[in-house]
Every structure is written in C-alpha cells, then in structure tokens.
Ligand binder design. Structure first.
Ligand code: C5P
Length: 231
C-alpha cells in the first residue's frame, strides 16, 4: 500500500479507490507535543475498535464522518478527506491544559461546555487560536466555522449521553474535521487518546492521562472503556 502520511499514532494509506483511504492505528504513544514517547502494546487495536464504534454511532445520529468500515484489527477504511488544520476541543469539566492556563481546579464542572480551537502545527506546538485567526489564516471560512461548531456541539451531546449510560464521564475531547468532495465532515479518531473519560463513581481516569501522568495500567484503562461501550 501507498503511505500518504505518518502521524504520532496513525498512518494513512492511499487505496486503489481514489476516494478512500486506510487509517492504520499504531501502538505508539506520545504526549506533551512529542516530548514523552513510548509504546503501549495493543493500543492501536483498542483505539481502532473504539473509534469505529463511536463513528458508527455518530452516523446513526446524523453526524457525517469519514468512517466506512473496519477492515482489520488495526485498520479502518475511510472517506478521503483533506484535513483542516484545526484541533477542535470541547470541555465539560476542568482537566489538563485549561487548569494550568487559567488556574481552574481539576474536576470543576463547567456551567456550559467550552469550545476551543488550536492551530494544528507541530512547529508552533498547536497554539490556541480564535475565529478571527482561523479566518485571517485562511484555515476555514465563516460558514465552515459555523458547521464545525455545530458538529462539535452535537457530538458532545451524543457522546455525553452515550458514555454516561456506561458510567463514564466525558470530561473533554478533541475533534478534527476534513473536506470530502468540498463538504466538511468529521475525521481522525475518537478514542481514549483524544478524550478524557473518568469512571462516573470513582473518577478513575481511563484515558491517555494514565500515560501522561505515569498512573500505570494504560491499556487496561482503554480496554475498560472498550468493554463498557461494546456491550
Ligand atoms: O491537553 P488538553 O487539556 O488541552 O487536551 C484537551 C483534550 O483534547 C484531551 O481530551 C486531549 O486528550 C485532547 N487532545 C488531543 N490531541 C491534542 C491535544 C489535546 O487529542 N494534540
């Protein structure tokens, strides 16, 4: 297969069909803009499963996304998209960078969800940007920003409810969008690498913070999420 792009946790391959790509999920784990690196055995397999289940759910809820089908343990077939250079972050509860940036206590429940944009750039370390930056830097136009915000809000509503049914709190998450035949659709992955998920009763972290904070049992946390949602 023809490698198109290799990121920190995934590879993207071209296929014989020019409208479709294969996404391959690796076991590599990185944090803090690549400063911390390791491998988490089987992470790629678990994240492929979790992402596939979530993208299917989002399809059912009318949220257009790149997922077509899982084709192997580590691979999903997706619609070809041109990725928009934005990380769209939705936060329901204080954790991670917002706590450091604004002195917010971890675990604080926000009275409304917070939407943030970062510019996807390894060189500039994914800086936080606002809608004016997005327009002036030609990352997206006004109509596209509106669609992205609507999608992000809808995904939050769907996923908060979905995870709460299996006793998981959706603390925050990151989305990426792409253009497929000039239409904006949801892309990338949705997994414990890109979401913070806490057990609803104990607040135990079952996501990438286990890796970031050296809490141990990283894959066990991811597998717990998968076990709960695939029932
Ligand atoms: O680090 P921060 O608190 O800003 O992350 C917010 C959310 O976005 C977390 O769920 C984190 O896993 C996710 N994220 C991501 N990829 C990044 C940055 C953040 O998936 N490059």
């Amino acid at each position: 297969m023809n490698l198109l792009y290799e990121g920190k946790a995934k590879k993207v391959f071209r296929t014989d069909n020019e409208n479709e790509y294969i996404v391959y999920f690796k076991d590599d784990a990185t944090a803090f803009n690549g400063e911390k690196r390791s491998e988490v055995n089987e992470k790629g397999i678990v994240n492929n499963r979790i992402s596939s289940l979530i993208f299917e759910l989002l399809h059912q809820k009318g949220i257009d996304n790149h997922f077509i089908k899982m084709v192997s343990d580590r691979e999903m077939l997706v619609k070809k998209v041109d990725i928009i250079s934005l990380e769209v972050i939705v936060r329901n509860i204080g954790a991670g960078s917002i706590c450091k940036r604004l002195g917010i206590e971890e675990g604080k429940k926000f009275k409304k969800s917070i939407l943030e944009f970062s510019y996807k750039s390894d060189e500039y370390k994914d800086p936080l940007i606002n809608e004016d930056h997005i327009l002036v830097l030609d990352i997206a136009n006004e109509e596209e920003i509106k669609i992205i915000k609507e999608y992000a809000t809808k995904v939050n509503e769907v996923l908060k409810e979905f995870f709460s049914k299996v006793d998981l709190t959706l603390v925050d998450f990151k989305l990426e969008f792409g253009k497929h035949e000039s239409k904006i659709i949801l892309a990338d992955e949705i997994s414990p690498d890109t979401c913070r998920l806490w057990d609803i009763n104990s607040n135990e972290k079952l996501d990438k913070d286990r890796f970031r904070q050296d809490l141990g049992k990283v894959i066990e946390g991811y597998k717990e999420v998968l076990n709960r949602i695939q029932k």
